[in-house]
Ligand binder design. Structure first.
Ligand code: PLP
Length: 375
């Protein structure tokens, strides 16, 4: 959430809409107004389709890309939701999604006929993308990826992805569910100056209310109008009211600059603590969403150290993972207090590392990896 919890103008918009009706049988003008705002903000947005979440937006985008290209295969990098098109990647080998989501995901329940339709590539490796596109030349509908997250793109990487996809008539989709509005008002595509054919949005788009969106080039987006992509709650009006109010705030205020400054100060403070404590860790990612990355020789030790970090920061009142996201309502006092808590947590980690028995310092079970806790 970029504006912070219960942001007044968004709450007001939702309350007002709730008193007017929420489930309507034809398009509410809100849908058009929110779409127009998104088109004003996002470079690739000539047409918009709203839905209710990030994974759902990805699924809509994949269907559109398959329709527009007349091809089936999806080349992906990173996490994009729970749907069949994505988990199909693990049909051939359960290790496929290990680097993109988490280890050991079963593809039970996903039709076996989808095997070979979701193909991974490596972030920051044009060679790995080239290889997969070459091996499946003429069969790939789209490439879907985040333009940045924990990894920042190396110079020329995103431009190379754009060129390769364009050359082969492959639709390029940026998943902006996390990057959207946060790095630059117009998303990662504006920040890096690389425009995809389509992009998906959720989360920050409506500051905590249920809304997702697919935005893209008209000639791609309008291909499946004779098909059927629809769901009754996509037009549910409180989500759209929250979306319109949130997008208006993004146009009215330079939120990205505030969040970036906050992130930069946070990164500098964390680096200082890391150096002072001599803990093997570094800060990764852009200041818009920096993460502490602990360097441990085994996954077992890493899980123990991260759990200790979560325990020690939570005990002091800081809730979050080693990844940190900032919002407009964070204050200098919040920043100072957060850095103090992180500094104290790192001192405990230093002690545990010196002791050699990290388990002795843990008062809770070891964390579950990645998204496992959610399923
Ligand atoms: C990059 C990215 N894409 C897609 C999703 C899925 O969104 P949702 O959980 O709203 O379906 C997420 C959720 O965390 C995400 O981080």
């Amino acid at each position: 959430m970029l504006l912070g919890h219960a942001y007044p103008s968004v709450v007001r918009a939702v309350q007002e809409q709730a008193t007017c009706g929420t489930g309507l049988s034809i398009n509410h003008p809100l849908e058009i107004e929110a779409a127009e705002l998104l088109a004003e903000i996002v470079p690739c947005a000539e047409m918009v389709r709203f839905c209710k979440g990030g994974g759902e937006a990805g699924m809509v985008a994949i269907r559109i890309a398959r329709a527009a290209s007349g091809r089936d295969k999806v080349v992906f990098c990173g996490y994009h939701g729970w749907h069949d098109w994505y988990l199909a990647a693990n049909l051939a080998s359960e290790a496929t999604l290990e680097k993109h989501l988490l280890p050991g995901i079963s593809s039970r329940g996903v039709p076996k006929t989808l095997e070979g339709t979701a193909l991974p590539f490596e972030f920051n490796s044009l060679d790995s993308l080239k290889q997969v596109l070459e091996a499946h030349r003429g069969e790939v509908a789209c490439v879907i990826m985040e333009a940045a997250r924990t990894d920042t793109p190396e110079p020329g990487f995103l431009e190379g992805v754009r060129q390769l996809t364009q050359d082969q008539g492959v639709v390029l989709i940026f998943d902006e569910v996390v990057t959207g509005f946060r790095m630059a008002r117009g998303g990662a595509q504006q920040y890096f100056g690389v425009t995809p054919d389509m992009a998906t949005f959720a989360k920050c788009i409506s500051n905590g209310f249920a809304l997702g969106a697919v935005a893209g080039r008209r000639d791609v987006m309008e291909v499946p109008v004779d098909s059927f992509i629809s769901s009754v709650y996509w037009a549910e009006a409180t989500g759209l009211a929250a979306g319109r109010a949130t997008l208006k705030e993004y146009l009215a205020q330079n939120i990205c600059a505030s969040v970036r400054q906050f992130g930069e100060a946070f990164v500098a403070g964390c680096k200082k603590h890391i150096a002072e404590c001599g803990v093997p860790a570094r800060i990764v990612g852009l200041p818009a969403f920096p993460a502490l990355s602990f360097q441990e020789p085994s996954l077992e030790r890493l899980d123990a150290v991260v759990t200790l970090y979560l325990q020690e920061t939570a005990k002091r009142g800081l809730f979050g993972g080693p990844g940190h996201f900032f919002c407009l309502q964070h204050s200098q006092a919040d920043l100072d207090r957060a850095l103090e808590m992180i500094g104290e947590a790192l001192i405990v980690i230093r002690k545990a590392l010196d002791d050699g028995d990290i388990g002795k310092f843990l008062e809770c079970p070891i964390r579950q990896s990645g998204f496992r806790r959610l399923v």
